[in-house]
Design a protein around this ligand. Structure first.
Ligand code: NAD
Length: 492
C-alpha cells in the first residue's frame, strides 16, 4: 500500500464518507508513516445504517438458511484468495508480524466454516403428542439487528467470532471496527461487497466511543457483541442491557502460567516465550505472569531470560522478525510508566527491553521483551493488564498456592499449567476459576467449534462468541403448541 487511505463507511450497499469529525491519523506502528486518515461517523450515519438494516431485515430473515450460508461460503473463497493482501494490511496497521496476521485470518476463516453449519445448528425441536392430539415445536428465529464492536489487537479475526453466526441465523449486522485499525475491516468489506449480500445486511460504521454510544442507544439494534478492555466492556454491557438489548461483552485479562518442576524445560520455554512476547504481548490470551512452582524457578528463570533476549524484534513485514512494535506511542508510554512504577516499588528487570532501537525503524513504538521479578503482590505489574511484551515472574511454593493466587485475581480469561503429571493437570483444570484453560499450551484460544469462554471480569454476559453459544445468542426461541381438529385425531 502506498499513500494514505481514506476511511469510509459501508452503509446500505454504498461506500460513504463518514460525516463526523476527523480523528487521529492511522500510523504504521513500526515507522510512524501515515497510512490512513480517519474520520468519525455522524449521528446521521448511524441513523442511515440502522434504517438500512431495519429495511433489509424482513427479507433476510425470510431467506432460506441454505441461501444465507451460500453467501458466507462465497465470502470465505474471496477472503482466502486475498489472504496475503489482508495479512499485509493487518501488519501495516497493527504492527504484528506477517505470520501472526496470517494466523488470525485462519481463525477468522474457521468461524465462517463453523457458521456454515447453521442449517443443523439453528434447528429447533419437535415433540409429537405431548397431550392427546397436541404437538409442541420449538423454532429458532433471528433476534434482529446485531452490533459488533471490535478492539485493535485482532483487526480481522474478532468480528468473525460473531458476524458469520449472526448472518447465518438471519440477522443484519453492523460492524464497528477499532478506530486504531480501521483499514483491515475496510479491505474485508470490499470483499463483502463483491459477494453481493443484499443492501443493508452487512454494514460497517467507523468511529470511536461516541459512535459506540450512538449505536448502543439506537432502538433498532437488538444484540451487542463487544470485545475490548474490561472498563469499556462493563460500561457497554450496562448500557446495552439498560436499553433492553442482548449483550455479550469480552473484556481484558491478566493471564497466569503455572510451571511445575516436572515440566519439559525446552517445550515450556519455547511456548511461554511465544505466549508472552508474540503479538508484542497484545493478545488477550498472552501470558503476563509465570508462576514457577518450587524448584522450577532454577531452570525457568535463566532460560526465559535467554529466550526474551534472543527474540528478533522489527517490522512485521521483514523476514525473520518474531515480534513487532506495540500499537501506538501512547501505549508504549503506558507500558514504560507501569515498568517505572513497578521498579520504584522494588521490581527487578532481569531483561530490560526499554530504550529499544531497531535500525531503520528508530521512530517505531518498539519495546523489546522484558522479564521482571521481585514483584509486589498488590503492585501494578501484578494487578494491571500491561498489554505489552512484559513477563513477570511470581514464584510459588506449591500448586495449591498457585491455584489460590489465580483464583483471587480479578480476571478469568485464561490460565495454563505446564507439567508432565496428568494428576496435577487434572487438579488445575478442575479448580481454576478461568474460562479458557491450557495444559502445556501457551495461548489457550478455543477453536471456532468451542465457545471463547472468559470468566470473571474478562466477560460480561451469558453466551460467549463462537460455536453453539453464538447460534444461541443470535437466535430467539419460540415454542408453538398445536392442536388440529381432524378426522384421524384420537381425541380433542
Ligand atoms: P478498548 O476497550 O479501548 O476499545 C474497544 C472498542 O471499544 C473500540 O472499538 C473502541 O472504539 C470502543 N470504545 C473505547 N472506549 C469506549 C467507551 N468509553 N465507550 C464506548 N466504546 C468505547 O480496547 P482496545 O485497546 O482496542 O483493545 C485491547 C483490549 O481488548 C485489551 O484489554 C484486551 O485484553 C481486550 N481483548 C479481549 C479479548 C477477549 O476475548 N476477552 C480479545 C481481544 C482483546
Amino acid at each position: 500500500m502506498s499513500g494514505a487511505e481514506e476511511v469510509f463507511n459501508f452503509i446500505d450497499g454504498q461506500w460513504q464518507k463518514p460525516g463526523g469529525a476527523a480523528g487521529a491519523s492511522i500510523l504504521d506502528p513500526a515507522t510512524q508513516e501515515i497510512i490512513g486518515n480517519f474520520t468519525n461517523s455522524s449521528e446521521r450515519d448511524v441513523e442511515a445504517a440502522a434504517t438500512a438494516a431495519s429495511n433489509a431485515f424482513s427479507s433476510w430473515r425470510n431467506t432460506p438458511v441454505v441461501e444465507r450460508i451460500q453467501l458466507l461460503q462465497n465470502l470465505l473463497f474471496f477472503l482466502r484468495s486475498e489472504q496475503d493482501a489482508l495479512a499485509r494490511i493487518i501488519t501495516r496497521e497493527s504492527g504484528k508480524t506477517y505470520n501472526e496476521s496470517l494466523g488470525e485470518l485462519k481463525r477468522a476463516f474457521e468461524n465462517i466454516e463453523v457458521a456454515c453449519g447453521a442449517p443443523t445448528f439453528s434447528q429447533g425441536t419437535f415433540s409429537e403428542d405431548i397431550a392427546p392430539g397436541i404437538d409442541e415445536i420449538m423454532i429458532r428465529q433471528p433476534v434482529g439487528i446485531s452490533l459488533i464492536i471490535c478492539p485493535f489487537n485482532f483487526p480481522s479475526m474478532i468480528a468473525f467470532w460473531f458476524m458469520p453466526y449472526a448472518l447465518a441465523c438471519g440477522n443484519p449486522v453492523i460492524v464497528k471496527p477499532s478506530e486504531k485499525v480501521p483499514l483491515t475491516m475496510q479491505t474485508i468489506f470490499r470483499l463483502i461487497e463483491k459477494v453481493g449480500f443484499p443492501k443493508g445486511i452487512v454494514q460497517m460504521v467507523q468511529g470511536d466511543a461516541d459512535t459506540v454510544d450512538q449505536l448502543l442507544n439506537h432502538p433498532v439494534i437488538k444484540t451487542v457483541s463487544f470485545v475490548g478492555s474490561t472498563a469499556v466492556a462493563k460500561k457497554v454491557y450496562a448500557q446495552a442491557t439498560a436499553h433492553g438489548k442482548r449483550a455479550q461483552c469480552q473484556g481484558g485479562a491478566k493471564n497466569p502460567i503455572v510451571v511445575m518442576p516436572d515440566a519439559d524445560p525446552e517445550m515450556t520455554i519455547r511456548i511461554l516465550a511465544d505466549s508472552a512476547f508474540g503479538c508484542a504481548g497484545q493478545r488477550c490470551l498472552a501470558a503476563s505472569l509465570v508462576l514457577p512452582v518450587g524448584e522450577a524457578i532454577d531452570w525457568l528463570q535463566p532460560a526465559i531470560c535467554r529466550a526474551a533476549e534472543e527474540r528478533i524484534v522489527g517490522h512485521g513485514l521483514d523476514e525473520g522478525v518474531q515480534m513487532g512494535p506495540v500499537i501506538s506511542p501512547a501505549s508504549l508510554k503506558r507500558i514504560l510508566a507501569l515498568l517505572a512504577e513497578g521498579e520504584s516499588a522494588g521490581a527487578r528487570p532481569l531483561v530490560d527491553g526499554r530504550n529499544a532501537v531497531i535500525p531503520g525503524y528508530e521512530k517505531g513504538n518498539f519495546i523489546k521483551p522484558c522479564v521482571v521479578d521481585h514483584l509486589q503482590a498488590d503492585g501494578k505489574l501484578v494487578q494491571t493488564e500491561i498489554f505489552g511484551p512484559v513477563l513477570g515472574i511470581l514464584p510459588m511454593d506449591s500448586l495449591d498456592n498457585a491455584i489460590n493466587w489465580i483464583n483471587q485475581s480479578l480476571y478469568g480469561n485464561m490460565a495454563s499449567i505446564f507439567t508432565a503429571s496428568g494428576s496435577s493437570a487434572r487438579h488445575f483444570r478442575h479448580e481454576v476459576l478461568a474460562g479458557n484453560i491450557g495444559v502445556n499450551i501457551g495461548v489457550a484460544a478455543p477453536m471456532a467449534f468451542f465457545p471463547f469462554s472468559g470468566w470473571k471480569d474478562s466477560f460480561f454476559g451469558d453466551l460467549h462468541g463462537q460455536s453453539e453459544d453464538a447460534f444461541n445468542f443470535f437466535t430467539q426461541k419460540k415454542v408453538v403448541i398445536e392442536r388440529w381438529k381432524d378426522k384421524w385425531s384420537r381425541q380433542f
